[in-house]
Design a binder for this molecule. Structure first.
Ligand code: NAP
Length: 312
């Protein structure tokens, strides 16, 4: 079986993926799309993708499924609404652990008042601020999937009271769970730090709007590691300016890279990161992708696929 790798990555990055995945495949080989003849392209049942150009994918008229090497697939779903092939996204324990690390790091950054101490240092101000124990700092996690649940459990181990919000009720997550619109308002009202780990879907776009930000506890902080589109930028700026929120740590944005004239860059109550909370690791992701393809070839079994209706 020949499997094309289709992406909008640089030639170098693309080749790195191909060189890493190819030796791990038992009965298949990976190559660039332009190395295949039109006839070979039509015979492809499977492609490996990273934000593929929709026109290139359209050439593969017999596709059954594609494996994304990235965890978020919202752009692909938006660009390929009328296609019938199944989409498998990356679920990688290494990526989950990387995200857990980021959630712990930036939650502790807010919990231990780092933004305020940075500001005090700039002013050469020696001033000890009151300490709040972790047991009194409530964390609310939006999204209890692969990333949200593991992050919530690690925060619990540090002593933080953690609650979570998901689309469907979760009984077995080992933490207080909320769902539905009323559940969201309840979670926001009790959380000192809200961590967004939701996928971007039609339902979650601008979920954190003026109304939801006003429902947060006054002086709460927001960490957005999910997708930028989940937060309404204007409403967030207003919430920070009015003191409704004390600080936001933002790793993801509606437009990336964030335009140089965007007000987030210079806002005193925003810590801005260039989408680094959980980068995909080529080595571990390649192993996962290859294992899924090898299993499919042996058993005909597809890994769990994205639900196009739900958008994740
Ligand atoms: P996942 O396993 O699919 O989990 C998604 C969670 O969100 C589930 O708990 C789901 O609820 C919940 N959810 C979805 N729509 C909802 C809605 N309308 N209302 C309430 N809850 C909703 O996803 P994941 O692997 O944890 O990844 C989450 C997102 O993280 C990705 O989609 C990606 O955008 C982002 N990400 C960011 C980075 C980064 O570097 N910043 C890296 C990787 C991923 P149910 O449990 O009821 O289904």
């Amino acid at each position: 079986m020949i499997i094309p790798f289709i992406s909008r990555l640089s030639d170098h990055e693309q080749q790195q993926w191909i060189d890493t995945i190819d030796p791990l495949l038992e009965n298949a080989s990976v190559c660039r799309l332009d190395q295949l003849t039109p006839k070979q392209q039509q015979q492809c049942q499977l492609a490996i993708v990273a934000n593929p150009d929709p026109q290139q994918l359209a050439a593969l008229t017999n596709l059954i499924w594609v494996h994304s090497v990235w965890a978020g697939v919202e752009r692909m779903l938006a660009e390929l609404p009328d296609t019938s092939f199944r989409i498998v996204r990356l679920i990688d324990p290494v990526l989950t652990q990387t995200m857990v690390e980021a959630v712990l790091a930036w939650t502790l950054y807010l919990h231990r008042d780092m933004p305020a101490y940075r500001h005090q240092q700039n002013q050469r101000l020696w001033q000890q601020r009151p300490y709040t124990p972790a047991t009194e700092r409530c964390i609310g996690i939006l999204g209890l999937g692969q990333l949200g649940l593991a992050s919530a459990q690690s925060l619990q181990q540090l002593g933080f009271p953690v609650s979570g919000w998901s689309r469907t009720p979760r009984d077995n997550s080992g933490l207080p769970g909320f769902h539905g619109q009323d559940g969201l308002l309840e979670l926001l009202a009790q959380s000192d730090i809200v961590v967004n780990l939701l996928p971007l879907t039609p339902e979650t776009r601008h979920l954190m709007d003026q109304q939801r930000l006003s429902a947060c506890k006054r002086g709460a902080a927001l960490i957005n590691f999910g997708r930028g589109g989940t937060v309404d930028d204007e409403a967030l700026l207003q919430a920070l300016d009015s003191g409704q929120l004390c600080h936001a740590v933002l790793d993801v944005f509606d437009q990336e890279p964030l335009p140089r004239d965007h007000p987030f860059w210079t806002h005193p109550h925003i810590t801005l990161l260039p989408h680094i909370s959980a980068p995909t690791t080529v080595a571990s992701a390649s192993r996962i992708v290859a294992d899924n393809i090898n299993r499919y070839q042996q058993t005909g079994e597809l890994p769990p696929t994205v639900d196009r209706q739900k958008g994740y």
